[in-house]
Design a protein around this ligand. Structure first.
Ligand SMILES: [Zn+2]
Length: 349
């Protein structure tokens, strides 16, 4: 590095700009590769439960770096033009994170035309204005679906947003501590005692539900869903209607999937509350949240849960990988799509 002292000012600045260009090129390439790894779910093959875990554990990126890169990689797969904007420096990872929640296939061209080349601070201001509009729209009427979400016309010149809606004069603050920080994203704040924190940590540690993640919002979402499932009359009625439609045969056909609580407790203890998947390198998946009880031999192939040896703990990614190895990726993808549609039909999320 000492030779830098011998470079004149102009050459030094040229090297600096050149390095920045190389860095942007490398980043854009990295994101394309990362998107493809995500698409193939190669992180599971590498013994990691998620792309985020792969980035932090295997690639040793920080959590913030991982989050920004995963967001960008997934957006590039949807909107390939982002790749060129990142290479040229017209868009940054920060800018992408800011607009990510607002991008749709319909408005992408319009939004890119208005954010490319703008500073992240300018974009942050635009997004905050949009979030305020959304908050007011939602508090003003229950018929939010009828109120189109659009960026302020003064900033985005969106002809399509000129649906007669007036610019709201002020942000509507609610007396409780919830506020919109972006469209469809709300910040909720409250002070809790240590007992509540202990309960949250306990639920995170158990993490035996299929849809529970490690984030605090995942835990709350899971607990609230569980409560509504058991106590909301509308949910119970919908479930009863579904059961009647399916008839007693559905229970019988699912009987092989049933795992007794006693077996679950034994398996959880034996596996140490950790995913049991091992990569080809021998390293064990570190996942301790979002775990699922998996039949070692698929039920469709004659497996059951007669004793603990027939069951193991797997994280969601490795449960899916195991299913794909037994039945093929296309079959598993189709089954997941069917389950998702079924859940929507009976009023669950
Ligand atoms: Zn795993």
């Amino acid at each position: 590095m000492n030779d830098l002292k011998n470079i004149d000012h102009q050459a030094l600045l040229a090297h600096l700009r050149s390095s920045l260009g190389n860095e942007r090129n490398s980043l854009a390439s990295f994101l394309r590769y990362l998107g493809e790894v995500d698409s193939r779910r190669l992180y599971a093959e590498e013994g990691q439960p998620s792309l985020f875990a792969f980035c932090t554990n295997a690639l040793t990126l920080s959590e913030a770096e991982s989050f920004a890169r995963i967001t960008a990689a997934r957006l590039i797969r949807r909107f390939p033009v982002i790749h060129d904007h990142l290479r040229s420096g017209a868009l940054s990872l920060t800018s992408l994170r800011l607009i990510s929640a607002h991008l749709t296939e319909e408005n992408a061209d319009h939004i890119f035309a208005n954010v490319v080349g703008r500073s992240s601070r300018d974009i942050e201001k635009m997004v905050a204005t949009l979030a305020n509009k959304r908050a007011i729209a939602q508090s003003a009427s229950d018929t939010t679906a009828k109120i189109g979400i659009s960026f302020p016309r003064s900033l985005f010149h969106d002809a399509q947003s000129a649906s007669g809606s007036h610019e709201p004069p002020v942000l509507c603050h609610k007396p409780d501590r919830t506020r919109y920080v972006a469209a469809e994203h709300v910040e909720i704040r409250f002070v809790a005692n240590e007992q509540l924190l202990a309960k949250i940590d306990r639920i995170k540690g158990l993490a035996l539900s299929k849809n529970i993640g490690s984030r605090l919002e995942d835990v709350f979402d899971h607990v609230l869903e569980s409560y509504l499932k058991h106590h909301d009359p509308a949910r119970r009625a919908a479930k009863n209607r579904q059961s009647k439609r399916e008839g007693p045969e559905s229970k019988k056909s699912n009987s092989g999937r049933y795992i007794a609580q006693k077996i679950k407790d034994e398996v959880y203890k034996r596996d140490g509350g950790q995913c049991t998947f091992k990569a080809s390198t021998g390293s064990r998946c570190p996942a301790r949240v979002g775990l699922e009880f998996d039949h070692c031999r698929p039920v469709a192939l004659g497996g059951n849960a007669a004793n603990a040896d027939d069951v193991r703990l797997l994280c969601r990614a490795h449960n899916r990988l195991a299913a794909e190895r037994s039945f093929g990726a296309a079959t598993v993808a189709a089954a997941i799509a069917r389950q998702s549609q079924k859940a929507k039909n009976i009023g669950f999320r």
